[in-house]
Design a protein around this ligand. Structure first.
Ligand code: MHO
Length: 221
């Protein structure tokens, strides 16, 4: 599935978003790691993660919603730069940042939803290596992704929405699809406390956003 494209030809496009890789230049990964707000912010803060979105997948029920999930699971979907990240490296982040022992209900289960046979093989190897390393059984499964259903807007970049001055500014710039912005992904991560001080400083110093908006982010760091 292709990503949602920002209207990058508009004069209001942030310079950093105009520079971001286009969907055709990225690869896509989908992970269930518990409540999707957390991994949206965790990955969104990282350089080389180009876009993030959250949604429901891993089940069979048609058209899931947050309040009618059926047998689906909350997942984060990443568009990443394959020159920066290998899929195996992303998996290392996944293992280190969710409970893979399987104590959760299905909504929050750990699941690696692969997009092709190569991802499937890499994920199965990575899972086996974790089991070998820890001597524990890994409840998180590796499954081929069937369909990804984007979650409601209010779940996208959830942490960023707790900084309404910032979220409103991005919404003015981009409309509802502001959550497809790379800048929004980073700021969502920063709002949740992710990212190094240096990375936060460097991005904020170059963003063409109003000072009031940048100050709102800085207050959170
Ligand atoms: N414990 C969280 C879960 C939300 S997540 C989108 C809450 O309800 O606040 O499932």
């Amino acid at each position: 599935m292709s990503g949602i494209e920002l209207p990058t030809n508009q004069p209001t496009t942030l310079a950093r978003d105009a520079e971001a890789l286009r969907p055709a230049e990225t690869e896509t990964a989908t992970f269930g790691m518990g409540c999707f707000w957390g991994p949206d912010a965790l990955f969104g803060a990282k350089e080389g993660i180009v876009r993030t979105r959250v949604g429901y997948a891993g089940g069979t029920a048609p058209d899931p919603t947050y309040h009618d999930l059926g047998d689906h699971t909350e997942v984060v979907q990443l568009e990443y730069d394959p020159d920066t990240w290998t899929y195996a490296e992303l998996l290392d982040v996944v293992w280190a940042n969710h409970d893979w022992t399987g104590s959760q209900k299905r909504q929050y289960r750990g699941v690696i939803l692969t997009h092709d046979d190569t991802q499937q093989e890499v994920a199965e190897r990575s899972r086996a290596a974790l089991a070998g390393r820890t001597g524990q059984s890994v409840a998180t499964t590796v499954e081929l992704l069937d369909q990804f259903y984007p979650a409601e807007d209010y779940h996208q970049k959830y942490e960023l929405r707790t900084l309404p001055v910032v979220a409103d500014e991005l919404e003015d710039l981009y409309g509802d699809v502001f959550t497809a912005s790379t800048v929004a992904a980073r700021l969502n991560g920063f709002a949740a406390g992710y990212g190094s001080e240096e990375q936060q400083h460097d991005l904020l110093a170059t963003l063409d956003l109003p000072p009031t908006v940048l100050d709102e982010v800085r207050r959170r760091l």
